[in-house]
Design a protein around this ligand. Sequence first.
Ligand code: FAD
Ligand code: DLZ
Ligand code: SF4
Length: 522
Amino acid sequence: MTRGPLLVPVLGDQLTPTLSSLSGCTPADTMVLLMELVDEATYVRHHQAKIALILSAMRHFADELRADGWRVDYVRLDDPASTGSFTGEVMRAAQRHGARGVRVTEPGEWRVRQMIDGWADATGLPVEVLSDTRFVCPLPDFFQWAAGRRESRMEYFYRDMRRRTGLLMHGDQPEGGRWNFDAENRSGPAPGLNPPAPLVFAPDAVTQDVIAMVRDRFGHHFGSVDRFGWPVTRGDAAQLLNHFITHRLPQFGQWQDAMLAGHDTMFHALIAPAMNLGLIDPVDACRAAQAAYQAGHAPLAAVEGFVRQIIGWREYIRGMYWLTMPDLADANALNATRPLPEFWWTGETRMRCMAQAVRTTHDNAYAHHIQRLMVLGNFALLAGLRPQDVSDWFLAVYADAYEWVELPNVAGMALHADGGRLASKPYAASGAYINRMSDYCGSCHYAVKQKTGPQACPFNALYWHFLDRNAAKLARNPRMAQMYATWNRMGEDKRADTIASAEAFLATLQPARPGWARDTSS
Ligand code: FAD
Ligand code: DLZ
Ligand code: SF4
């Protein structure tokens, strides 16, 4: 019988010392395995900065574990013997160390779960898969919560999470007497609004090495590493969170939905990349925000808004991912078939809002929530872009993108491709919304107030085109009734003009060249 160590593979987004797979293990009896993998960098062609972030954070985490006394086997990307895949490397490591078994925390992605489910056969060893305790809601609890309901809406789930964590609670009652202060969190930008500069971290020697390797191996991927400034250690991530709590949280709520040209981060926290890697604990982040409220530093509406995003939306999105996979990956309830346009990769468009969103995505591997939902997502919804193309794009380009959080946001929240399981109505909006929430439209090539014709803001005619072509699926939704009533009241000529205008715009869209998101050579 083999008496070697227990092999504990730690995946690239499991960089947490209290990870369930490590808890209860003793360093002397355990071999931790971290793997830099070509397959993971290329199954979609991730943004260069995202690859640099993950690999640098992995290298720093290996050092952190070694400093805590763990034995770490670290497979580098350029290891000539590497197979490039999770399964291949677990098999090699199991042999190398004569492992007696494998222990792993459940992964974030369906695709990786399928691989792990094959490890027992591949290695001939017992494989234990443990729950990811870095989330507030264990998956079985989410499934049970969803099973008893006709509609599994976020708001009710969120209240359960408030009760479960005790965040912003007085006994069983919500702080301030209300669960939700969303209505106070929707202001358009005020004149002179000047968000604070984001905190950026100069790459240390480890990150510089990784950046050089990424330029060399993945320089043809979308994006740039020229302005890389993400935190890659637990200490830097804590500093980023503190910076947010001190300088941004007090105004986060009020300007949460606002957009300003050139201000790529507004008052947002910028913590999702670090949190999704495991460098920031979600509940700790919420407690820090709660403490700021208790100290009188930040208003309740801002703090509640922040807490809702994390223990509400983030947890709910994860639950919905595992509840609806694998079907969610192919969902296309609105039969949207238009290919992703090339300008999503090049940024070459005269639509100023879209150009701003693609530029910050390219430069920083980041765009804030309203750019993702109400500019990019809204465009994809109205133009009828194919959900799988849109999802590949979102998965590739953002530093915080892993399928468990990207796919439900794209297919469910932005595109309504899940038929409304996640959101009760599509987030569809015309140019007026973007004009109200941003300063983009004033110097755009297009006229936001013009409804039809080549100079008109494309969102305007596209909005009605979307409603018209999806009437059979959406007109009976009570939350859409007013929009359909307005459309039906419009004169025949005006409607025909609107449809023609939208179709003229759609005809100008050049489909993206193959190979941006996925390798199409084989
Ligand atoms: P803030 O705006 O400061 O919010 C604070 C935190 O709340 C975030 O860090 C995040 O952890 C959490 N949060 C807020 N909204 C959501 C949400 N809808 N789902 C999950 N967590 C949320 N988030 C990702 O982490 N990865 C993704 O790949 C991703 N893809 C998205 C795609 C679309 C189409 C949309 C509409 C949203 C997506 N989001 C994604 C959610 C959200 O936009 C990002 O979490 C946020 O922009 C990250 O920036 P921040 O840390 O500055 O967030
Ligand atoms: C996204 C990513 C990348 C680019 N590289 C690695 C890697 O080299 N090694 C690794 O363990 N994980 C990587 N990841 C994250 C995985 O693709 C995967 O998304 C997560 O482990 C979630 O299942
Ligand atoms: Fe975007 Fe239309 Fe405004 Fe131009 S006019 S920035 S396309 S919403």
